[in-house]
Design a protein around this ligand. Structure first.
Ligand SMILES: [Zn+2]
Length: 453
């Protein structure tokens, strides 16, 4: 990676001479440049969200770079595996991870790959629907305004949303392909997926190596495409939009300094992030976002929900309705495809199941530990749209046990937050013994309760 300091000098270059830039940087650092000379050009007349909208409309902004973090996928229901108390983290506890990040550490992976593949199954592409943010970015691409989208996410929702491959840099890798960790033989997403969904560790067909999806683990190099694209993209960027990222993971975080000094930067996030501390900037160490600097004329923070921010942005830019239409069409299409495999069963129309205690369902099969677990009296908590007679896989995410009852909460493996059910469960052979989070079971709803009145 290039250092911070040369990144920030890049934008101030008036010509292409590296020597000039270095000289200038040193002069600035030691206070040898007049104040006037150091003053930044005024970019936005009105340093506000609306001021930025006017800027976008009046200038021909066509080289937008979007940078995204986990925040753009939150509303899709992607579980946050890092937080203790979240279902996924609890699921992984039975594997005794030294810390949540260990799941992306090569040493740990070689020692025990199982937790990674459990996580991979939970997060697997195809199980979640892209959010308004993803479709906003797709529309930017379709309108010829997107130079590139850089994502830190590994959920591949960008691909699901239809953002073209050439516009996409998956900085932390992707599930799209995988390689044997020993001989580097390449495997397709489908090949790996089949193994993962059979709860198998994918093993290379040519050697005893494990096949790892091309997710960047700690200590691994970022993809070549990332290094290649940042070199040419950032210097021509005319609007940088940062979405749902805490801007703490390097080298992704320092990309904000690579755009020209004249390029406006918009942060859409729950908190203000990416600002360099005062002392660091006093010593001339690179940039960061400058919302609170008195001479800031290009950095805007829109604080709030990423989806709301993107929808608002689309509305102000005149394609709000188009965005909403795209979201509902695409979500309907994905729902239809997800139901595709079930269509030849008895099920015909979706019906709304009311959340009452009468909606008992029955666990008919247990995927792991067959015949050892019995789950009864499962009841739905929340209304959901459901198709009749659908077999579903449920994963235990939480157990609450008393002397009399062992209560478990389940979520379906698609991670739909709304679809949480509770039931009593225990090991059949030792009835008082509760089951642990992470166990996957199959259940099907009782037909008679699902029939339409
Ligand atoms: Zn191999």
């Amino acid at each position: 990676m290039t250092s911070h300091s040369s990144n920030s000098s890049e934008g101030s270059r008036s010509d292409n001479s590296d020597l000039n830039a270095i000289t200038r940087y040193i002069a600035e650092k030691f206070g040898l440049v007049d104040k006037e000379e150091r003053e930044k050009p005024k970019i936005l007349d009105d340093v506000s969200f609306d001021g930025l909208i006017n800027h976008i409309k009046s200038k021909d902004v066509t080289k937008i770079i979007t940078m995204a973090g986990a925040g753009i996928s939150t509303s899709a229901g992607i579980p946050d595996f890092r937080s203790p108390g979240s279902g996924l983290y609890d699921n992984l506890q039975k594997y005794e991870l030294p810390h949540p990040q260990a799941i992306f550490e090569l040493d740990f992976f070689f020692d025990n790959p199982k937790p990674f593949f459990v996580l991979a199954k939970e997060l697997y592409p195809g199980s979640f629907k892209p959010t308004p943010c993803h479709y906003f970015i797709r529309l930017l691409a379709e309108k010829g305004k997107l130079l590139r989208h850089y994502t830190q996410n590994i959920d591949t929702l960008e691909r699901v949303a239809g953002i073209p491959d050439e516009k996409l840099v998956e900085a932390h890798g992707t599930f799209h392909t995988g390689h044997c960790v020993l001989c580097r033989k390449e495997y397709t997403q489908n090949w790996i997926k089949e193994k993962i969904f059979n709860d198998e560790i994918p093993i290379c067909t040519a050697c005893p190596g494990i096949v790892k999806p091309d997710i960047v683990f700690f200590g691994e190099n970022l993809p070549d495409k990332f290094h290649h694209c940042i070199q040419k993209d950032f210097k021509q960027c005319d609007l940088l939009i940062i979405l749902g990222s805490s801007l703490v993971v390097q080298p992704f975080a320092s990309l904000v300094d690579r755009v020209p000094h004249t390029c406006p930067r918009l942060l859409i996030n729950r908190e203000k992030v990416g600002q360099t501390s005062g002392i660091m900037s006093m010593f001339g160490f690179g940039g960061g976002l400058e919302f609170d600097n008195p001479d800031n004329s290009r950095d805007i923070a829109w604080l709030g929900d990423c989806d709301e921010g993107c929808i608002l942005l689309a509305e102000k830019l005149g394609f709000g309705e188009e965005l909403k239409k795209l979201i509902s069409e695409e979500h309907a299409r994905i729902d239809h495809e997800n139901l595709g495999g079930q269509e030849n069963k008895k099920a015909k129309e979706p019906i709304d199941i009311k959340a009452t205690e009468e909606n008992l369902t029955e666990i008919t099969d247990v995927k792991e530990e067959i015949n050892e677990i019995e789950v009864t009296n499962v009841k739905k908590e929340i209304n959901i749209n459901e198709t009749t007679n659908v077999q579903k896989e449920l994963t235990v995410i939480k157990t609450t046990n008393t002397k009399e009852k062992n209560i478990a909460e389940f979520t379906n493996t698609k991670g739909n937050k709304q679809d949480i059910v509770k039931g009593e469960c225990s090991k059949r052979k030792s009835p008082k013994k509760p089951i642990s989070p992470g166990v996957t079971v199959k259940h099907s709803q009782k037909q008679k309760e699902l029939e339409k009145p």
